[in-house]
Ligand binder design. Structure first.
Ligand code: KG4
Ligand code: ZN
Length: 322
């Protein structure tokens, strides 16, 4: 079954063609660079750019897949969580094409789709832990029988947001996660001891704002590379400790990881080093950041589970993850 996946939750206008939930025929991602000048995503501008870009991006996805529109049998679209105006553009495109082509469309949870990305190559039929680390979301979930149970989330900033803010503090520009990783390679991770992000009374929740503020106040205590390396170590140790605790509580060693921050090689190295008994399934880098392929694949999976059409956008969908 050929599926078109549409992703417009934030500042990526993306579309992909995926066959049978795993074979990626095309995966077109247009990252809106226009937001760089604002140091973050400007919601109004994002939705306007999505409206301009969505049809050309879908067109390119179809052309580079080498298929004809009538071969598409299903449309998947990210329904939430995300920016309301941006979501509406993707959902409206999906609805219109579904009507025109007389094929079904399904709205899926963007965060769950991030978790489905590593499962495209490693199908998951056992109990496991899911970790989503992205610019907008930080989630720890238990995955069982195809459903998700929330174990922990951030009480303030998302981890990627903290990377971006620290990168801005260090003068690296926005978005700065990848640049921060590169700078950290030349630094000493033990140069500065930053706070750990523990949340009183909820051991599986995350907090990154204290860590971020601490970087702001202590940035002159060491070189930028040392600050970057120390910040990264502190943030990742926190994620690894909480994942280990979740795995112990849930009685599983299998961990699926997705979202933009999971592209970070140091995160993967530290996980292997600190938690060697865990079986880790990382999404490949091109499926870590926002993309249409994970949406198409997850929509295909949901369609075969018997999901019917979801009509409305849900900007706060992540908080009701199930
Ligand atoms: O998943 P994603 O594309 O968007 C959301 O759904 O939010 O993630 C984008 C985030 C940004 O915050 C970016 O700085 C971060 O992922 N990121 C990284 C790296 N590459 C991207 N963070 C740490 N290390 C990286 N190599
Ligand atoms: Zn995302």
């Amino acid at each position: 079954m050929v599926t078109l996946g549409i992703e417009t939750t934030c500042d990526e206008s993306a579309a992909a063609i995926v066959k049978d939930g795993k074979e990626i025929l095309s995966n077109i991602v247009y990252s809106q660079e226009e937001h760089k000048q604002f140091g973050g995503v400007f919601p109004e501008l994002a939705s306007r750019r999505h409206a301009e870009l969505i049809i050309p991006v879908i067109d390119r996805a179809i052309t580079s897949a080498g298929i004809r529109p009538k071969e598409i049998a299903l449309i998947g679209v990210a329904r939430g969580p995300g920016l309301m105006g941006s979501l509406l553009v993707g959902i409206t495109a999906a609805k219109a094409l579904s009507l025109a082509w007389k094929i079904p469309f399904i709205g899926v949870n963007h965060v769950e789709a991030h978790l489905f990305a590593p499962m495209m190559t490693a199908p998951n039929d056992k109990k496991s832990i899911g970790v989503v680390l992205s610019g907008g979301h930080t989630f720890l979930v238990a995955i069982e029988g195809g459903s998700y149970r929330l174990l922990g989330t951030t009480v303030d900033d998302a981890i990627g947001e903290a990377f971006d803010k620290v990168a801005t503090i260090l003068g690296l520009g926005y978005p700065g996660g990848a640049k921060l990783e590169k700078l950290a390679l030349q630094g000493d991770p033990n140069a500065v001891s930053f706070p750990s992000g523990k949340v009183k009374g909820s051991p599986l929740n995350f907090s990154f704002s204290g860590l971020k503020t601490s970087v702001l106040y202590r940035k002159n205590e060491a070189s930028p590379a040392d600050i970057a390396a120390s910040f990264q170590k502190s943030a990742f140790l926190d994620v690894i400790e909480k994942t280990l605790l979740a795995a112990t509580i849930e009685g599983t060693n299998r961990v699926f990881l997705g979202g933009g921050v999971c592209q970070n090689s140091r995160l993967q190295e530290m996980f292997t080093l600190k938690a060697p008994h865990l079986e880790l399934f990382f999404a490949p880098p091109y499926l870590c950041t926002d993309n249409g392929a994970m949406i198409a694949a997850y929509a295909f999976y949901k369609y075969h589970e018997g999901d019917t059409f979801d009509l409305e956008a849900m900007p706060r969908m992540g908080y009701t993850i199930h």
